[in-house]
Design a protein around this ligand. Sequence first.
Ligand code: HEM
Length: 354
Amino acid sequence: MEDLYYSDYIELDKILDSQHPKSFEALEDGNDEMLFIIIHQVYELWFKQIIFELDLVRHIFIRGRINDNSDDMSRAVHKLKRIGKILELINQQVSVLETMTALDFLEFRNLLLPASGFQSRQFRLIEAKLGLKMEQRYKTEYYKYTRRGSLSETDLQEVDRAESESTLKELIIQWLERMPFFHEDYWRDYRRSGAMDEQGTESDSVAKHKFWIDYRNAYKNSLSQNEAGRLAEFDKVFFAEGRGDSSPVAMRAALFITIYRNLPIFHMPFELLNTLSEIDELLSNWRYRHFMMVRRMIGLRVGTGGTSGAGYLEGTLSQHYAFREITEVATFLIERSKRPALPNTLKEKVSFNL
Ligand code: HEM
């Protein structure tokens, strides 16, 4: 058998034969279009790796009954952290493209029409697999069309399919909902930290759980006068409607893990939640850097993909979060020293594989 050769193994010839600038052929006429093509290709390769890792993580959760102290959990966290590192890297790459000036870009911009990064199927797949839905986007009217500058029919179908499969966000919410923290057996030796309090607003029995009564009191006492309205929000998020796509049960679990993250059993679950927030933040950073670069490159002109351009990109910044609910749990935290002490039975017995 012939020895494996480096360039055959990574199919390098195919990759290196894939840069065909439209604005020049001879080197002496060369401009920044070569950089423009290569940087997009590099991005798309990293997008491919992100999708690969995301699918692995989704499958770990799809198999269900994930044991929080098992290899599965640490594998999932490890893969998500890798996605974070890739996002950090591709954020930095924006500055390589920024060595191209607006005038340099104009040398070939018109030749690209109406192609645009807006048509990046892989970018939309990442968003969809994370859990960002079409209807939650800024300017929803831009997406579900296959008009000039938008996704092709087949690409759009693939994004639709990814949206209809279990998204990472849905799987995480289901995992949070399965957590058995509030099984009565675990709370027999709980010592109330405060006096009984009126509970008027909550309706279900979990809301009347002694732990949550104590926590709610501690939260209430932590609020300054001009934030007093937050208590009603607390009740709504954790005991009535939930938040966004997340049910009250899932929100309670996320809050519980976040407050008691120092307990060994919560290390991994906390890492998981924290990494999801980090991914959202890093993606937002990318949106911001891309948006700023676009302003410098084309000012206020419309995008080649037919959107309003920088204005559209700025709008996506504040709206396109996949894990907003998890990040916003921070709104409802209290100081460490004010946390109710957990009963030993709970600390010893909780395992998440009911
Ligand atoms: C000169 C450099 C660039 C300019 C002027 C530019 C411009 C734009 C504009 C105006 C949009 C809005 C859609 C439209 O109407 O076209 C857009 C979207 C997008 N671009 Fe770029 N872009 C540049 C580089 C890149 C690079 C290197 C990537 C990497 C893959 C990229 C990926 C994307 C993606 C994924 C979107 C969709 C964003 C969203 O809908 O949230 N762009 N770009």
